[in-house]
Design a protein around this ligand. Sequence first.
Ligand SMILES: Cc1cc2nc3c(=O)[nH]c(=O)nc-3n(C[C@H](O)[C@H](O)[C@H](O)COP(=O)(O)OP(=O)(O)OC[C@H]3O[C@@H](n4cnc5c(N)ncnc54)[C@H](O)[C@@H]3O)c2cc1C
Length: 440
Amino acid sequence: MRRRRRHVARADGPRVIVVGAGFAGLAAVAELARAGMPVMLVDRNGYSTFQPLLYQVATAGLNPGDVVYSARAFTRRQGVRFRLGELTGIDTAARRITLADGGQFEYDYLIVATGVSAAYYGVPGAAENSLGLYTRRDAVRLRDHIMARLERLDIAGPGKDVNFTIVGGGATGVELAGALAELRETALDAAFPEVDLASVHITLVELAPVLLAPFDPPLQEYARRELVRRGVEVRLSAEIREVAPDRVVLADGEDLASDVTVWAAGVSAPAAAGRWTLPQGRGGRILTRPDLRVHGQDRVLAAGDIALVDGLPLPQLAQPAIQSGRHAARTVERLVKGRPAVPLVYHDKGIMATVGRRSAVVQLPHGVRIRGTIAWLAWLGLHLVTLLGGRNRLSALLNLSWRYVSWGHGGGVIVGDDPPVGPVWGGPGDLLPARRGPGA
Ligand SMILES: Cc1cc2nc3c(=O)[nH]c(=O)nc-3n(C[C@H](O)[C@H](O)[C@H](O)COP(=O)(O)OP(=O)(O)OC[C@H]3O[C@@H](n4cnc5c(N)ncnc54)[C@H](O)[C@@H]3O)c2cc1C
């Protein structure tokens, strides 16, 4: 196996702390290590999560371990230090951070790259009665809820329905709805022969009149048509007024029965960011200047999803996170050398989203647009290549191949445990009576 050479940090160099082992944090650490700076990476988890494939874990196609990579393996390779811990406080005057376990560390430069979590926009019941998809834990929890609901459907026998509702028609919502439809079509028939496929309903609810807002209209329409073809009910221009344990209430008063509601609509900074005493903008994200230094700070920078950069409205995607993480590190390097910081220039490399097997949309610069099987193969290849860790790539390749090659023969679902009874899980016998009328 190819071994990477460790970078050697200068003992007298400025101390740089990077908080967050996501796309932005890892890109920053790699750049700083290359420049020989003493770096400490901090994350509340001992691993980095590859969020773009979390929905495959949630729909029983990948193992949770396939989409996470050890933070320590990464820092060891880079020759820098890792510290497990949750950032709770930043004392910018003393240049010191505090972690939830009481640990305190001084820095010369701090890069905050903690990502974002769900935004509920004050919708009553949304936080309590829906599931998210941001972390490995979220994905495992959702998978367990989905699989347990299908088991309950089998136990309940004919005459019962199960309803999955996904709120938010961005890439996460579209990918999850498409994967659930695949699970219904492939795995159910083989693994749950007694369950009537028509009793499993998947609804995608989106506030905007289109899906996949950042894409061109023909690609948006293609994604909508593909979902409908796969049996997903797509509700556009639909505002959610409330989420209850067993239903979603729309603004026009309509009730949608929902046993499992997934909230994939919008993002905001984690609540903890409010305690960091850094200036916050829309969605609680940290306001930075174009060079990624936080407003009013010369030694604190922000990168990735958490950063709201003056005059540069970047999409909250992997590429902007990687490029901004690298740029934040380069800004630190420039400041250390006494050179002026320069603004981040974003290089658009395109965007992609998948609906399911042999169906995806790719939007590249210079008007290149691809959809269908070629786009799906491109999506698959890119995700496998960018996944961290050779073992992860191999196991993800194997598991995804199993899912797509064993098409119609059970799809090889990865099983879990029944989730504990809680607000989003009412327990046995709580499935809704079968729908009446059209679509039942
Ligand atoms: C389900 C899903 C699917 C997606 N699909 C795509 C896709 O197909 N293509 C694409 O380009 N983008 C996709 N994205 C978006 C992409 O994953 C994000 O834009 C990207 O991960 C942002 O990187 P980041 O480094 O800013 O934050 P993250 O990757 O979220 O990393 C943040 C890190 O900070 C840590 N952290 C958070 N708070 C603290 C704290 N207080 N103390 C210590 N550590 C902390 C977290 O544990 C995490 O490791 C998807 C996102 C989701 C949720």
